[in-house]
Design a protein around this ligand. Structure first.
Ligand SMILES: [Fe+2]
Length: 277
């Protein structure tokens, strides 16, 4: 759910991307909203009455993207798409996703109205709740949308939530982020960017993608494994000092060896910072 944001940390290191975003002239859909009332979770989520063209958009995006994922997406992600029974035929029902997560990793899904404030976002992660939108981009934004939508949230993020190590890491991420303030919170956002959104993993067969920002992007999925990208081995200390520009294809990415390394590396690093016990 953390979406495109400007990463010029040298200008304003201690201000969160969300706070910065609200000071800039940007698409109003990219301004995070503070939730002032509970949102539907798990069994309480209702399937929207999608118009036919929304179902067509899902089918188009799903089929187009899946063609590129063979040999590019990591095994754990592809396993997750099977566990969630994702298919081009129908926009998935968030309640069904939630029930599958609950049985596999103990997570649930909440339906949120758009980009939510980081405080709400981190609190949900800490509770093992993944906030997801349930609307899909318009036909004029098939290649790129700066705003969150269900294609990014479901197709990009959800499959990995069936992976035990990733799910455990993500819950700890929420906990650590809630305890982080100022510059440290910005460091965690950078960590999120280079892992959850733009991470690569060395599978036995070769370098593969696990970041949702890549997996749900038509351009990034083709670019990220090309020789135009410098790949650096996973190291939390290095990741959090890496500059990034969200408006262009990423020239530098970080690769984990395994989701166990991501989980343990993150826990060790945040324990050292006193963010988790
Ligand atoms: Fe995301």
């Amino acid at each position: 759910m953390i979406e495109k944001k400007k990463g010029n940390k040298s200008e304003n290191q201690a201000v969160s991307a969300y706070e910065k975003a609200s000071n800039e002239e940007i698409d109003p859909r990219c301004i995070p909203q503070k939730l002032d009332a509970p949102v539907p979770e798990h069994d309480k989520i209702v399937y929207p009455d999608y118009p036919k063209f929304d179902q067509e958009t899902w089918k188009y995006l799903y089929e187009r993207q899946m063609k590129f994922l063979h040999g590019r997406a990591c095994n754990e992600y592809l396993d997750g798409t099977k566990q969630l029974n994702l298919s081009s035929e129908k926009i998935p029902y968030l309640k069904d996703m939630s029930q599958i997560f609950f049985k596999t990793t103990g997570w649930k899904v909440a339906r949120v109205p758009g980009l939510i404030h980081e405080q709400n976002f981190f609190e949900m992660l800490r509770r093992k709740v993944f906030p997801s939108t349930d609307y899909i981009r318009g036909k004029d934004e098939l290649d790129y949308t700066p705003a969150p939508d269900l294609f990014h949230d479901i197709f990009g993020h959800m499959p990995l939530l069936t992976n035990t190590n990733f799910a455990s890491f993500y819950q700890k991420f929420g906990e650590a982020a809630l305890n982080a303030k100022g510059k440290v919170r910005t460091m965690l956002e950078t960590f999120h960017w280079f892992t959850v959104e733009f991470g690569l993993i060395k599978n036995p067969e070769g370098m593969r993608i696990y970041g949702a920002g890549i997996l749900s992007s038509h351009q990034e999925v083709q670019h990220s494994l090309s020789d135009q990208v410098e790949v650096i081995p996973f190291d939390p200390e290095k990741i959090v000092t890496q500059e990034y520009d969200v408006w262009h294809l990423q020239p530098i990415l970080f690769a984990i060896d395994s989701f166990q390394q991501l989980e343990e590396g993150f826990k060790d690093w945040t324990k050292k910072l006193g963010l988790i016990n």
